[in-house]
Design a protein around this ligand. Sequence first.
Ligand SMILES: [Zn+2]
Length: 346
Amino acid sequence: MRKKEVKMDIQAKKLDTIVSFLQKKNAKIAFFVGAGISTNCGIPDFRSPETGLYSNLKKLNLPYPEAVFDIEYFRKKPKAFYTLADELFPGKFVPSKFHYFIKLCDDKGLLKRCYTQNIDTLERIAGVSDDKVLEAHGSFSANHCIDCNNEMIKETLREYMDKNEIPTCSRCKGYVKPDIVFFGESLPEKMWEYWEEDIDDVDLAIVAGTSLAVYPFASLPSEVSNKCKRILINREVCGDFESNPRKTDIILQNDCDSIAELLCEKLGWTKELEKLLEAGTLKIHSKKKFKSETATELSKEIAEEIAPDLEEEEQEEVEDKKMESRKKEDVDLDALTEGVHNIKIT
Ligand SMILES: [Zn+2]
């Protein structure tokens, strides 16, 4: 056999093993997913230096790239986050094949939970049951005042954003932000409630589209019991799969959507997958506004809006932080990919 054929053969065997697990009655699957399952949806990839959000963020004269997700910076200059939020706001992206694969697992009664680091809510948009999705880094699904915690409904928040205004609390005039976990904020309590319930009650852990760089999320796949089979679908081998591999681990260094497609084919789910994808596309496109919203144009807009705001004092701080951020650029790239970085539990 030629090299390529051998490689294909190995992949086919791995897929068959996964399929046999998925065909077991009452199998319980947990997904642990990250930005990689959403990149095919057109959500800007923070990692790509050419078109990615990361390089655009660098042009914004933010004191440091993560400032956009920094609660203290948000208190002073909420505009940066809201300009970014406008690009990421749910409603204009169609879930990927992988999102629909998760939805199909749910429909077949196989899904125990889907832990996601993404804030795009595409799992919910794909139709995965509400109680099966846990957005570890929060999402746009609810919004609260950063001062008095008063809730603002999504529609009101959207109205503010459409008028290019910062959403403010009706009670205390504080800024309102979506429940996305910023630096210096704790992960949702619900996550630990679910995890306690799931940790010993999962047969198959599918880790997909994440470089497992952001803790504590990254440690979850290392905590599942030995009877649980672990699968990694990612371009690179990472996290616990690299540092502490288990004999039974299956690693597929592929695009998540291609694997979802192959698995559905082997499971006889292809028609259902296509139907879901078609309906999802139709739904989003009928809603889509005809607005020019490329990342490059957006970054120019933000830069123009924010740059004059920076006071002299801050400019010095900016230079210092820029130096710092250059040094740890590689780490930042990974961290930004997952949306949030350095989250500590208190
Ligand atoms: Zn308030």
